[in-house]
Design a protein around this ligand. Structure first.
Ligand code: DHB
Ligand code: FE
Length: 284
């Protein structure tokens, strides 16, 4: 464990950072939703809740517990975390159901735009002596016909070997384990990094409270986050996991797909492991 981060990471601090990130992000433009659609969606959501209350004879004590929990989610800034763990996977499923290329999965709350631009072969920004098994992640970006996409960009972000994300946990360099790699003329890239640890939902906030109250576990399997794009093609947001890793089969965020599981081999040159994964982008 890196002693500087572990004690001070709090749900409220990472929640506040995730809330701020979301507010500054591109998807805010979708706030303008058609009046009929709001009517339909909200009515159906409330009707489903009414039905649950009647079927399970929900009591005032349970209603009040829900109310105080919802208030705490807001106070802790954990709405981004809650939504991305328990709802986003279905939004992603619907959004990408017609894609022919690589599979996507959830973005999660810890993406930050404009990470440092790096050459086609690059090492992600990291601390001197960054802990964790070195990993070479290499591959090629093509379109669905197999044509190389020159100059594609591969944004990667992931947790460190303690499961912490830079800009969302204290005492980490701003861009630690985040970068935007520009592929070469044949769409190839070689990214040197370290293998992340499994990620635990903060246990000291409202979401942690729910997890404990329901008797669930709080873990996501170790994962690399990626956004891959090329001019004229649809951007893909995805994550990749590690075969045999803890919680690959029971991700709390339900974001694992069989196509997203890597099986790295011992590195050919040097220490650590390496793996090849190619991205196929649909036309825009
Ligand atoms: C959450 C965290 C992640 O690292 C992720 O990939 C998805 C969701 C979360 O805490 O909500
Ligand atoms: Fe994550």
């Amino acid at each position: 464990m890196t002693d500087t981060t572990i004690e001070q990471a709090t749900a409220a601090a990472s929640g506040a950072a995730a809330t701020e990130q979301f507010r500054s992000k591109q998807r805010m433009e979708t706030a303008d939703v058609d009046i009929k659609r709001v009517d339909t969606l909200v009515t159906e959501l409330l009707t489903a809740a009414h039905d649950i209350i009647r079927r399970h004879k929900v009591t005032y004590a349970e209603y009040d517990a829900l109310k105080s929990w919802l208030i705490q989610v807001g106070e802790d800034g954990e709405w981004p975390l809650f939504l991305d763990v328990w709802l986003e996977h279905v939004v992603e499923e619907v959004a990408n159901e017609n894609r022919e290329g690589s599979k996507g999965t959830i973005e999660g709350p810890y993406y930050v735009v404009d990470s440092p631009r790096l050459a086609a072969e690059a090492t992600l920004p990291m601390r001197d002596g960054e802990e964790g098994t070195p990993l070479l992640f290499q591959g090629q970006v093509t379109d669905v016909d197999g044509s190389p996409l020159a100059g594609a960009t591969i944004e990667m972000w992931h947790a460190d070997s303690d499961g912490f994300y830079s800009q969302f946990a204290p005492n980490l360099p701003e861009w630690n384990l985040r970068g935007t790699v520009v592929a070469d003329d044949t769409g190839h890239f070689w990214i040197h990094t370290i293998e992340p640890a499994p990620y635990q939902i903060p246990t000291d906030g409202a979401c942690g409270k729910l997890i404990a109250a329901a008797g669930w576990h709080a873990w996501r399997p170790a994962h690399l986050h990626l956004k891959v794009m090329a001019p004229g093609h649809q951007r893909i947001t995805t994550q990749l996991y590690f075969k045999g890793g803890e919680h690959v089969a029971d991700d709390i965020a339900s974001a694992v797909k069989p196509e997203l599981i890597l099986a790295p081999a011992p590195a050919v040159n040097g220490t650590g492991r390496e793996v090849t994964y190619d991205f196929v982008l649909d036309k825009a």
